[in-house]
Design a protein around this ligand. Structure first.
Ligand SMILES: CC(C)(COP(=O)(O)OP(=O)(O)OC[C@H]1O[C@@H](n2cnc3c(N)ncnc32)[C@H](O)[C@@H]1OP(=O)(O)O)[C@@H](O)C(=O)NCCC(=O)NCCS
Length: 189
């Protein structure tokens, strides 16, 4: 199969991306979340299309925060990865890695300034996603305890009851917890 097409999200993609999102990540984002991805200069979202069907199979979204962000420990400019998902049949082909690199590049377009640190939240039970973020150079933000146990953002995720009924066993396990780790790192673009 020829290479995936990666391009910015446009308004006509929103309904498809909402469905893709609902399939992969049970977090209930409000409609305004998707609108902000389209209209805010500080936000960027990319989708990957299967060239044989022209259908979206993966997406990423991120935001650039120039100063005091709202994430713990992020008092400097940083990029926050907001959402990321690759359909199971397209996973393990480097698509997430490519999307993350490209979304960072789209937000960081000044080569004279170093790429700011990248942050993201990841569900404490979602070990494959944690392994993915570690593979691109991100590390668990330590908590303020002497033993360096990772910081946990409690009750970050609100799941709709419908998801719990429809989800497969495997999906339920990935998103079993409502708590999140924060991963941070310099991701090379
Ligand atoms: C996490 C996710 C985005 C990874 O997508 P992907 O396109 O398969 O990832 P890549 O192919 O770019 O993987 C790059 C590296 O990440 C690591 N990795 C990816 N998936 C992994 C998994 N399931 N288990 C362990 N390591 C994994 C590997 O080191 C991999 O490198 P390799 O292929 O050379 O071994 C995908 O599994 C997904 O969409 N999961 C469901 C939604 C989700 O959890 N989103 C993140 C929410 S925070």
């Amino acid at each position: 199969m020829s290479d995936f097409i990666i391009r910015p999200l446009v308004a006509a993609d929103i309904e498809k991306i909402k469905k893709l999102h609902a399939r992969l990540v049970p977090v209930n984002y409000p409609p305004s979340f998707f609108l902000h991805l389209l209209i805010q200069d500080s936000h960027s979202s990319l989708i990957a299309l299967d060239p044989s069907t022209d259908e979206p199979v993966a997406w990423v979204s991120a935001s650039l925060h120039k100063s005091n962000g709202h994430l713990i420990g992020s008092l400097e400019p940083h990029i926050q990865l907001l959402t990321l998902g690759v359909l199971p049949e397209y996973q393990h082909r480097g698509l997430a890695k490519r999307l993350v690199w490209e979304v960072i590049a789209s937000l960081h377009n000044n080569p004279s300034v170093p790429v700011p640190p990248v942050y993201t939240h990841v569900c404490t039970t979602n070990t494959p996603a944690q392994a993915f973020y570690e593979s691109i150079g991100m590390r668990f933000l330590p908590g303020s305890n002497p033993s360096g146990i990772p910081y946990v953002a409690k009750n970050l995720y609100k799941y709709p009851p419908a998801w719990a009924r429809k989800a497969t066993h495997e999906e339920n396990k990935l998103f079993e917890s409502r708590d999140a780790y924060v991963l941070v790192g310099k991701v090379t673009v």
